[in-house]
Write a protein that binds this ligand. Sequence first.
Ligand code: ZDR
Length: 357
Amino acid sequence: MTRPFRKYQGLGNDFILMDGRRGDLPDYSGEPARALCDRRFGIGADGLILALPARDGGDVRMQILNADGSEAEMCGNGIRCFARFLADLDGSGVGMSWRVETPAGVIIPKLLEGCQITVDMGEPILEPAGVPSTIAPGHPLADAELEVDGLRLQVAAVGMGNPHAVVQVSDTASVDLERLGPALEQHPAFPARTNVHFVAVESPDRLRVRVWERGAGPTLACGTGACATLVATHLRGACERNATVELPGGPLQISWDQSNHLQMAGPAVLVFSGTLADPTSADASGGSAVNASEDPSQEAEIDCATACSEGCQRPQACPSAAAREQALAFLDQVSLDQMVNLANNSVEERTRRRIGF
Ligand code: ZDR
């Protein structure tokens, strides 16, 4: 069996999205998610995100699987892509918002003009046990010197539903991310592993950040991480409560409002759509994608009546588009009277043929 998917990106943090709101998706956690996210043997993505039926009074539930198959509690860039995905499927417009159930609580994304989406990301977690981290509680920031691969780094622990380690540096370009990222991701001070951020303060309202994501490695952006970084840097007295967070993939606007909620604004963009084989079905070759929409040799395999029941799977190259255009052009050319005549003639013609006249 094959299923439709769409690929979205938010500042280059990219995700495969699938609609399982009717409860009909198989379990993708572990190996199936890892195989689909593989950039050579699969579709390629930083994570797989599933829309599932709500369980606790929300509108929909979001499951986030990292590129290594592990499950994340929350994903800031992912939830913007999730909102864009639902809007594209359902035809929702500016102002639409959803109560999205995540393991980190209910998160509310809202559509703005263009491809921008704003998200109320909820409150930061400063109590180390909730991050989780073994760094001693601070007042209010848990911030300690840790030994990381032979270096001593000042590390703050902040939770946004998922764990984050924030290290302030003078220049992000000179950070050895490939070495320090994984060492801090797996540091014993973070028992559930952690996302890692190196931040340089360019001005009180402008931070520059490089990201090492738990379960995904170096990524171009991180929404929850941008929020956690602003919180840690503000509590260290080095930035305002509102700032532009410059990530390798582009900027996010983050503000920590008076009600203790983080607000994040940024883009989410459709990249392509296609269909893939079920992880459990016999035709799943290692869970890899089949019939991706940019492969023209596969176009004949789309069955619009079933695959496109949630909307056209391939709007840029719809296999029925030519026939539809022909019919519309024809209808534009003929008057109502001509159409009635045509129908009458056709009935007459067929009746004559039937009676052999
Ligand atoms: C960093 C992230 N992409 C985001 O935008 O918030 C979150 C993805 C999940 C992350 N890898 C984790 O917490 O395991």
